[in-house]
Design a protein around this ligand. Structure first.
Ligand code: SAH
Ligand code: SF4
Ligand code: F3S
Length: 446
């Protein structure tokens, strides 16, 4: 590669899960520290970081079309980060000569050094997985959106047979308690009113608290809930295997812990769940939800589903629809099974035909949409706080989230004051399939 002038502007494009969004923010902070500025909306950047996702084939292939487009348009320095970088490191370098840097999710704290190499014309790959070295090497958090992400746990030891995450993110690790309290404090001081604790298996987090006790996620949540200025706490994604009584109790006791639980189930068929190496059954999942709902009756439930896992029969798919009926999801994500290189399911017999998956996906989505609309309709008339996160399309319109993670829009009267990060007390009305209107009662200033 030719030497290039040091970049003045950058753009980080994150795909995939919330953890990638978090990583994207942290890479942005690193580049800020190097004196590089975020490119203005609509303008070409001198450096583009593609923060990629490897979870499904479509997501993974997208990176190559993006690289092609960038190389033709503006010709920036290109870094590929994220889970495709981890999974395909050297292959990206071979397939895409326009790429200068390939950096894995556990190595991006080395981005500044790699950038120096790129400027001098050397291509660099770093896909090492040192145990949480990156967090200690990253700059301190400075500013934050009203709703902020905080990665507390990374990696996965569960090895579901369809999933690449254990390979791209490595083994389960928990960040230390004190570091998390410090980072949460900085996020709040920087403007966060709500923090979502992130982990591929967030409920597997464990640590030692400030008085030397071994604690799990519930202990961490209890400590963070005490921080001044924090209004709301959430966590995702949990695995049914790691949920404990302490966490269930916390949902009943802590007003800061929002009544929302994202608990992927994947399938309603015990045979399929076993083949997926999920450690729960449909029944144990439902019983677990019952315990959560006993502690917090208004809990909104969310989930993930895969249709068309190898060997899934019509009857087994019907069991998934039955499970959906039994749960009454407030929202859920549905995916067609995508064979991933190196995972056991990719070479299983009886891969399901595309049209069959399409049809199952449609039916499942229809069931989820029906339940989401019903959940929203049942919320109409409720009084709750909405966290204001964005301005709406029209003058005086604001968008935010209810405690149950519903999107809520609020129209304010001319002259009324409202700011991002406000918690506004509203009555919910006009339930739609994906959102509700909030009619203002009073503002609780940030
Ligand atoms: N750690 C979380 C989520 C991991 S990835 C969990 O255990 O649930 C997010 C979702 O992507 C998964 O819950 C699953 O529904 C989906 N997914 C993962 N691998 C997939 C694959 N090969 N094909 C289709 N969907 C997949
Ligand atoms: Fe993937 Fe399963 Fe781990 Fe979730 S628990 S990240 S689906 S292997
Ligand atoms: Fe994708 Fe990696 Fe997240 S594969 S879903 S970006 S952990």
């Amino acid at each position: 590669m030719r030497p290039v002038p040091p970049p003045k502007t950058y753009r980080v494009k994150s795909f995939g899960c919330q953890m990638n969004v978090y990583d994207g923010e942290r890479m942005g902070e690193l580049l800020d520290q190097q004196g590089i500025k975020p490119a203005a909306e609509g303008e070409d950047a001198d450096l583009v970081v593609l923060n990629t996702c490897h979870i499904r084939e479509k997501a993974a292939e997208k990176v190559y079309s993006d690289i092609g487009r960038l190389a033709k348009h503006g010709d920036p320095i290109i870094a590929v980060a994220g889970c495709v970088a981890q999974a395909e490191g050297e292959e990206i370098m071979r397939r895409a000569p326009a790429v200068s840097m390939v950096v894995g999710p556990q190595a991006y704290h080395n981005l500044p050094d790699m950038l120096d190499a790129a400027i001098s014309g050397k291509r660099a790959t770093d896909t090492d997985m040192p145990v949480i070295a990156k967090f200690g090497a990253l700059p301190k958090r400075r500013k934050s959106a009203p709703s902020a992400f905080l990665t507390i746990q990374e990696g996965c030891d569960k090895f579901c047979t369809y999933c690449v995450v254990p390979y791209t993110r490595g083994a389960e690790i928990s960040r230390p308690f004190d570091d998390l309290v410090t980072e949460a404090r900085l996020l709040i001081d920087g403007g966060a009113r709500e923090i979502t604790l992130l982990g591929q298996n967030v409920s597997a987090w464990s640590g030692v608290d400030d008085v030397g006790r071994s604690v799990g996620l519930a202990g961490l949540v209890r400590a963070l809930a005490k921080l001044d200025g924090l209004g709301r706490l959430r966590y995702m994604t949990s695995h049914p295997a790691d949920m404990d009584d302490a966490l269930i109790a916390a949902h009943g006791e802590l007003p800061e812990l929002m009544p929302f639980l994202h608990l992927p189930v994947q399938s309603g068929s015990d045979r399929v769940l076993k083949a997926m190496n999920r450690s729960h059954s449909a029944d144990s999942y439902l019983k677990l939800l019952d315990r959560f709902r006993a502690a917090r009756p208004d809990l909104a439930i969310s989930g993930d589903f895969i249709v068309g896992f190898p060997g899934e029969t019509n009857a087994e798919f019907e069991e998934t629809l039955q499970l959906v009926d039994a749960v009454g999801y407030a929202q859920a994500y549905t995916f067609k099974y995508s064979p991933r290189p190196g995972t056991p399911a990719a070479t299983m017999d009886d891969q399901v035909a595309g049209e069959v998956m399409d049809e199952r996906l449609q039916r499942l989505q229809a069931a989820i949409n029906r339940d989401q609309h019903a959940f929203n309709t049942a919320s109409a008339g409720k009084i709750c706080d909405v966290l204001i996160e964005r301005k709406g399309k029209h003058d005086g319109q604001w968008l935010g989230k209810s405690p149950w993670l519903q999107s809520v829009w609020i129209d304010t009267a001319p002259g009324s004051e409202m700011a991002l990060g406000d918690l506004v007390s509203v009555t919910l009305q006009d339930a739609g399939p994906k959102s509700l209107r909030g009619v203002m009662r009073e503002t609780i200033p940030a």
